[in-house]
Design a protein around this ligand. Structure first.
Ligand code: ARG
Length: 255
């Protein structure tokens, strides 16, 4: 009986030792200060919202807003660059947590994802070659229009002018190249990227008409309501303390 008690005590002590060792090992693995990740999907060919700088880093308004939100939530930001037209599906499917991509809030997308409060306004602009006979949206009938695939510009033009008149490109830059080469008569894309593409290319101009005005927001998977709430709270604070305005003004200097 005595022996049995002794053995039991030793086994118990060993068990406790292993347990502590196990717990200790676990702690060092996860690291006391390892942060949860916030994975952002974007299409980094959309300056000044997201683009790749000379060092190969993805920068821009969305990258900085996402970083500020991640910091507030004590999370580590990771940015994945992908095709624009796969972002919503990736978000709904969970391979990314959020989309920040100068992404317009629209009813069709709301069927697949939830949107945060909005943080910027976008305008669909029309880029033409200097000397073009297109002066307003009314002149677009029968013209060939270049767009970035899956964008709201693509959706509106396809609705308004018919699929046969709309040419889709993987990026806005490629649509602008097609305009330069005479493969399309105009490009419809968001105003700020339009300005940057026109600045980088001779002989192009933006028409003085607004084709559509829209809101940008962050997309989050439908079931991820807790993250959405946290993002909205963080964003409200970042709006109130001027952080969001500062980020936007840094990339879009007042004219
Ligand atoms: N605002 C437009 C949309 O939501 C275009 C966004 C394109 N964004 C990008 N990162 N390429 O459809």
């Amino acid at each position: 009986m005595k022996n049995f008690k002794k053995i039991f005590a030793v086994v118990l002590a060993l068990a406790m030792l292993f347990c502590f060792a196990g717990c200790g090992a676990k702690d060092t693995n996860s690291g006391a200060d390892a942060k949860a990740k916030l994975v952002m999907g974007t299409n980094a060919a959309f300056p000044p919202y997201e683009y790749v700088d000379d060092n190969g880093t993805i920068v821009g308004i969305d990258a900085e807003i996402a970083k500020a939100i991640a910091d507030k939530l004590n999370m580590e930001l990771e940015i994945k660059d992908m095709d624009f037209d796969s972002l919503i599906t990736a978000c709904a499917g969970g391979s990314i947590d959020v989309v920040l991509a100068g992404l317009t809030v629209n009813e069709e997308r709301k069927l697949s994802v939830n949107f945060s409060d909005t943080y910027a306004t976008g305008i669909q602009a029309i880029i033409v070659k200097e000397g073009s006979d297109i002066a307003t949206a009314d002149d677009l009938e029968g013209k060939t229009i270049g767009v970035q695939a899956g964008t709201t510009g693509d959706i509106y033009c396809t609705d308004d002018y018919g699929q046969e008149n709309v040419k889709q490109y993987k990026t806005g830059v490629e649509a602008v190249m097609a305009l330069q080469n005479g493969q399309v008569d105009c490009v419809i894309i968001d105003n700020e990227p339009a300005k940057s593409f026109v600045a980088a290319n001779e002989g192009l101009k933006i028409l003085d008409t607004e084709y559509a005005v829209e809101d940008y927001a962050i997309a989050v998977a439908k079931e991820n309501t807790e993250l959405l709430e946290k993002i909205n709270k963080a964003m409200a604070e970042l709006k109130a303390d001027g952080t969001i305005d500062n980020i936007i003004n840094k990339y879009i200097p007042a004219e």
